[in-house]
Write a protein that binds this ligand. Structure first.
Ligand SMILES: *Cc1c(COP(=O)(O)O)cnc(C)c1O
Ligand SMILES: [Zn+2]
Length: 439
């Protein structure tokens, strides 16, 4: 059944680069690639689809040598970025010495003001604020992994299909690490995202179409000689890229004092981030770094691009593609590759998938800004808006420890809050100030 769901992958050639597919590559504890559907294992390489069943490949690790307390100490003594978790990631042990943007270890903000507004118990609501990353979105985490894989496999050009934030993260990481970059985006993205992607000096190509068209184009390019030597961070390097999202799970638990949260609200574009946060939590449990207990994972979408929440609400386990129409462009993937896995995780953990309208997204951006001083991009409006909605419906428990993700920076999506501006314009005199009615 899954084979049918993943038909799209079948058309993408399983690409290899000559002489780089032996498992001699040093990517730390990463042992092999393993198919999520049939378990078929292949050596580490720039491949992403199973040759047996076309299922997605993911990293299989060998963590058998780790002692829990030693590992905890090693992590706590590590750098204040994602490389503190290098023993759990597909990267070489000396990764922290390589030119990389070193993202992560962003703030976990105890959001008591927002909690009061939403009716959550004091001390129970947290915002994991990933706008603090080098290019102001969570995408720096995933690109940091992909770039180490690109180095290991000998790629010289970094590329991606992007809804905006990824383009900036790839451009910046490539500049730092000395790769050429050429990235593809829908031609009509927010100005802030276009500038942010272009300023690092790589090539930026607008495609006349939506993200799903851009992604299809990239798959074609991978199969063509023109794409030889190109590492597409979210296509042929996807298994490595995806692991970067586990660091959100690690950080949240470590910042809570090595405890699992009870509830997490995560935005969904392709669904990769959500599925890998779950993978990261499971690893921490298996490694004994946190005490095992139930947790619930909630997915958040914009109503204008809600293929996963629509399937969730209908009780389906197949995700029907949609044509996106929402201000939450960073989440506007109408055909999410990890959609079925998101449904599995939400149902298995007792969570849910919910969506909010563009108007609710804008209200939530403003609510978060005025209550906590955090200016989120539209994706953050989606998670905060969905949190509010799920608290109102009773799906979220207001007395449990809840973490809401803000994955991007409001400065990149200023249009969403257009109309927010000057309270008054006055002459530089007290009289004029009084006239404006502000005293
Ligand atoms: C890419 C992105 C996500 C999540 O993407 P997935 O494809 O679901 O992993 C979330 N928030 C922002 C701001 C993003 O740019
Ligand atoms: Zn398979």
């Amino acid at each position: 059944m899954r084979k049918m769901r993943r038909k799209g992958l079948a058309s993408m050639a399983v690409q290899t680069v000559a002489s780089t597919t032996d498992s001699a590559v040093d990517l730390g504890p990463a042992a092999a690639l393993s198919c999520r559907e049939c378990g078929h294992r292949v050596p580490l390489g720039p491949v992403f689809a199973c040759e047996e069943c076309f299922g997605p490949l993911e990293i299989a690790y060998d963590f058998s040598a780790y002692d829990t307390e030693e590992l905890r100490k090693r992590i706590e003594a590590g750098p204040a970025n994602i490389w503190r978790y290098a023993p759990l990631l597909p990267v070489p042990a000396d990764v922290a010495t390589k030119p990389n943007l070193n993202p992560g270890w962003t703030k976990l903000v105890q959001a008591d003001n927002l909690a009061r507004e939403l009716g959550v118990d004091a001390g129970k609501l947290f915002v994991k604020d990933d706008s603090g990353n080098p290019t102001h979105s969570f995408k720096d985490r995933v690109v940091a992994q992909a770039i180490e894989a690109a180095r290991a496999f000998g790629f010289t050009t970094l590329s991606c299909s992007s809804t905006g934030n990824l383009a900036g993260a790839v451009g910046a990481a490539a500049a730092r690490a000395g790769f050429r970059s050429c990235v593809f985006i829908p031609h009509d993205l927010e100005q802030g995202k276009v500038v942010m992607a272009a300023v690092y000096g790589g090539e930026l190509v607008g495609i006349e179409g939506n993200y799903d068209d851009v992604n299809r184009f990239c798959s074609e390019l991978i199969g063509d000689p023109a794409g030889e030597g190109w590492g597409f961070v979210n296509v042929n390097l996807r298994p490595y890229y995806a692991e970067g999202s586990k660091t959100l799970a690690y950080e949240i638990c470590e910042q809570l004092g090595w405890r699992l949260p009870d509830q997490i609200v995560i935005p969904i574009a392709s669904g990769s981030q959500l599925t890998k946060i779950d993978k990261g939590l499971q690893e921490l449990i298996k490694l004994g770094l946190v005490e095992d207990k139930p947790y619930k994972i909630f997915g958040a979408q914009a109503e204008g691009c809600s293929p996963v929440s629509t399937a969730y609400k209908a009780g389906h386990d197949v995700v029907r593609p949609q044509k996106p129409d929402t201000i939450a462009k960073s989440l506007a993937i109408g055909n999410p590759a990890d959609g079925p896995y998101v449904l599995d995780i939400a149902r298995r953990t007792g969570g849910a998938v919910e969506d909010v309208t563009d108007e609710q997204i804008v209200d939530a951006i403003k609510l978060l800004a005025r209550s906590e001083g955090i200016f989120a991009e539209t994706a953050g409006g989606v998670t905060v808006g969905v949190t509010k909605k799920l608290l109102e419906s009773g799906a979220l428990d207001p007395s449990s420890t809840t973490v809401v993700l803000n994955t991007g920076d409001g400065l990149k999506t200023l249009d969403a809050v257009a109309g927010t501006g000057l309270t008054a314009t006055i002459r530089p005199s007290l009289e004029s100030f009084r006239e404006a009615g502000l005293v």
